[in-house]
Design a protein around this ligand. Sequence first.
Ligand code: SF4
Length: 366
Amino acid sequence: MFNLAKLLNKIYSAETPDLKDMEQVLLLTQKGQLDELFSFADNIRKEFCGDGILLRGIIEFSNLCAQECFYCGLNKSNHRLKRYRMTENELIKAVDYLGSCNIKTLVLQSGQEEGLDALWLRDIILKIKSKFNMAITLSVGEKSADEYRLWKQAGADRYLLKIETSDKALYESIHKGMSFARRMACLDDLRGLGYQVGTGNIIGFAGQSLKTVAKDIKFFKHGNFDMLGIGPFIPHQDTRMSQDPKGDAALCLKTIALARIVTKNTHIPATTALGSLDQDYRVEGLKCGANVLMPNFTPQPYRKLYEIYPGKRCVDEPVGNCNFCMDSMAKNIGRFIDYSIGDSLKFRDGSRNKGKPSPLEGTVLL
Ligand code: SF4
């Protein structure tokens, strides 16, 4: 008879998890088995990350983008979208408010802007670091190693660059004009420069199989990333994938649980996208392995214009409301908001310094 506890322990203990084992877990549908999986992952989250939920305050400072990712509402061919880039004053004011809410990690996010002035961003990083006690995560796409270095030297701590899928053919079929090798090289540069590096995937692309998702998790393990964002595909009306079905919430939750079991102490958010399906699945995400929430501090009128996918949670909320909501979300599940800076837990176990292979050496992907 199928012994799920034995299978989960095998995956947990493996240096390199077996793809077929993970696929078997991703196939689970029975409620009792899903409860067992989620509880197993939740215990690992508790053991390695504790009960605190870290907050990453996000400011989407520009929706300009030079790329044409087929799933994203910010793609350059979407001429219906009104474009913006916040001014330095607006940005610092938003950071000021974020700091007043006791948030210690700022995520500065934009589309992959061709005209982004590296020195402009460097000066903003310098200003924020001199004025506030907070970590800065950048999420501005594929850039040159020199630009990454400039921002690191100015004080940026972390960088988020999602891989979206570890399947090269699938990646290149939905990222027009972009290359998988370039993405890998950027992740490699970021790691080499000493950033805490986050990546992640999207669940539900047409052409993505359970095996693909299992490979994504293997990729996450192999790269020893500091943070993983796992969220569902949500079709946007002004993209080439507008007619594709949205990603399955249950598969997202199973992927989060497996990523927790396999990567153990990686920071994993219950993403805003997970909260933007037919219901808010962020609580379920927190109960099956996630340990981070990402309140949005993008001021209006810009917040509505950062529409990667439609129906995004909280776009009409006043800035700062997310904070209160997340506090009660945490309390309702017997957890608490951890207002510490929340650096990578890989520092604590020393694994970041053990010369783990870079994602570029990702032969295990095949
Ligand atoms: S996913 Fe990023 S790079 Fe791609 S179109 Fe959207 S904002 Fe631009």
